[in-house]
Design a protein around this ligand. Structure first.
Ligand SMILES: Cc1cc2nc3c(=O)[nH]c(=O)nc-3n(C[C@H](O)[C@H](O)[C@H](O)COP(=O)(O)OP(=O)(O)OC[C@H]3O[C@@H](n4cnc5c(N)ncnc54)[C@H](O)[C@@H]3O)c2cc1C
Length: 160
């Protein structure tokens, strides 16, 4: 009678795995976007000189670092066998895959039309990142897991 519980526990590590894939895709996309902002010129200036685009880059970097830290926290809880590891794995998966998709999508936008075509790597990174919000339990189901735990009578201090 323990099979379902054991199978569900296996998903914790899988969620860290998918979250890491998103962080990696986002890191690759951000590096591509940084290089492109310097390489591409429009209106007589490099794209890197436009503050609206600089702000995008700043937000992408911030989301990426926050996602990476959250995945590391969840992974350390999983390694330690912490009681709240499943909740943190769900939070990390939800956050990192949403952040990963946002970063890849913004990196594609920063490439303009080049971002959309296969000659550049952004379209693949974005397609790959999109499925991370679905795989290993959708992000809606991650919210179900987190909220269910937070509403239990002995809810842990997950937000400390
Ligand atoms: C490329 C790819 C590879 C895959 N690889 C594997 C694999 O190796 N092994 C494996 O077992 N599975 C695999 N899957 C399946 C994947 O895990 C499921 O697609 C995923 O869990 C979502 O289930 P579903 O497609 O049945 O969506 P559904 O359950 O039909 O969900 C449809 C929508 O409704 C939402 N929804 C459903 N229930 C609720 C609820 N209670 N509350 C709120 N929203 C809800 C979902 O979040 C989603 O947005 C893979 C899928 C893809 C696309």
């Amino acid at each position: 009678g323990e099979g379902f519980k054991i199978a569900m526990k296996g998903l914790d590590g899988g969620r860290i795995n998918i979250a890491c894939c998103s962080v990696g895709a986002a890191q690759g996309a951000l590096a591509q976007a940084q290089a492109h902002l310097h390489a591409r010129r429009q209106f007589g200036k490099s794209l890197a000189s436009f503050q609206a685009l600089q702000f995008k880059l700043a937000d992408m970097a911030t989301e990426l670092v926050a996602a990476r830290q959250m995945v590391r926290l969840a992974a350390s809880k999983l390694d330690a066998g912490a009681r709240d590891a499943s909740t943190y794995c769900a939070m990390a998966k939800r956050f990192a895959t949403d952040a990963g998709f946002m970063v890849c999508n913004e990196a594609l936008q920063l490439h303009g039309g080049y971002g959309y075509i296969r000659e550049y790597p952004l379209e693949r990174l974005m397609r790959d990142a999109r499925v991370h919000q679905i795989l290993e339990g959708t992000n809606e189901i991650m919210r179900v897991i987190i909220a269910r735990r937070m509403l239990e009578a002995d809810a842990p201090d997950v937000i400390r």
